[in-house]
Design a protein around this ligand. Sequence first.
Ligand SMILES: Cc1ncc(COP(=O)(O)O)c(C=O)c1O
Length: 438
Amino acid sequence: MNKFISIKTALPGPSSKKIDEKREKCVPKILGSLSPCYIDSGEGALVKDVDGNVFIDFTGGWGCLIVGHAHPRVVSAVKEQAEKYLHTDFTAVPYEPFVELAARLAKLTLGKSEKKVSFFNSGAEAIENSVKIARGYTKRKAVVVFEGAFHGRTLLTMTMTHQAMPYKCGFGPFAPEVYRMPYPVPYRPSIKIRDFESKLLSYVDPKEVAAFVIEPIQGEGGFRVPLDSFLEELKKLSEKYGILFVADEVQSGMGRTGKMFAIENWGIEPDIIAAGKSIAAGLPLSAVIAKKEIIDSLPNNSIGGTYVGNPVACRAAIEVLNIIRDEKLLERAKNLGEKIRKRFLKMKDKYEIIGDVRGIGAMIGMEFVKNRETKEPAPDETKKIIKECLGNGLLIAGAGIHHNVIRMLLPLVITDEQLDEGLDVLENAVAKVDEGRS
Ligand SMILES: Cc1ncc(COP(=O)(O)O)c(C=O)c1O
């Protein structure tokens, strides 16, 4: 018996269908949506659609809603700010929320080096600018990225992103000087850590490399956690060759793994951190947190943009940090992670289709395979599981180069009861699809 989920109409319901008819005429087909139902309102981990159906949301706006939908403290900070001023451009007339947020973020990162913070609008922009900063500081051109990476959709970040379909199809020529290395993981080993340096040397002169740009845990790539000690080895290589270590924390940051930034799980202080998504509870904001000597080496006005560090988004982000602190969301991420992992591992014992369960804190995913021996990916089955969940009131995100992973991007403010109800829907979907293939 569901306590939170309430599906009252066929999906999509009549009001959603009506909006959809209009959409078909004016919104490009390439902009698809996971849910066929349009949202009316959101609260915490719940989404109510325009027909009154209620869903549990494990997607959190693709990982932007660590503090949940419409957190009252964020809403009131946004309202208060909107009534005062919406925009000046910090480089025209500066404002305190920008400075306050920069000060808070700079203090939150690991390590002794002083940091300074610049703001942008999206994750891709944060990554583009991290690369610009790294190139400007090192006076080197090359960037090393990894298999399975997702860094965005602009020309440079699309080039840095691994997956061709759909992100790069027909969109070349791509940006030069981007080199891709294996991302060593336990489930599908691609390279031994001891062979990494020689492989790197075979691709590019390390003295030409400005930065390693790496997701400490891959997001779109399928919640892949690198092999033990790989990130430490990469850090050593970055020091050996004077290459900057850039952590793409757009998806893994802001507390999802139980640490403010995922890289802290390895005790590494990166030279640059790119943050985004959950930073401002869904408002468009991203940040580049760089060591002071790096960012201060660049000429004035060499980075920026009209809307970067918008005051409303900055106020929302300050409130996100307050909520993470006051509601102890880092602890909650660990606690949720333990519950989810336990449940997923139990499911793995029951359903052959589950090949791997992995992740840190609440950043946990499950990989589906046709055969546990061969590890042949099961993308069609994964699609069916996601669809089955949707039909039963659970919004859940897929991932992975082979489209065979589901990932938990749930708001950390979800209650235990909501989590259990959502996991029940997920388990029923996995059971049904697993049974249906035998
Ligand atoms: C790790 C990572 N980097 C960068 C991006 C790009 O962020 P945005 O879509 O805000 O440009 C994403 C988006 O999913 C991401 O997961």
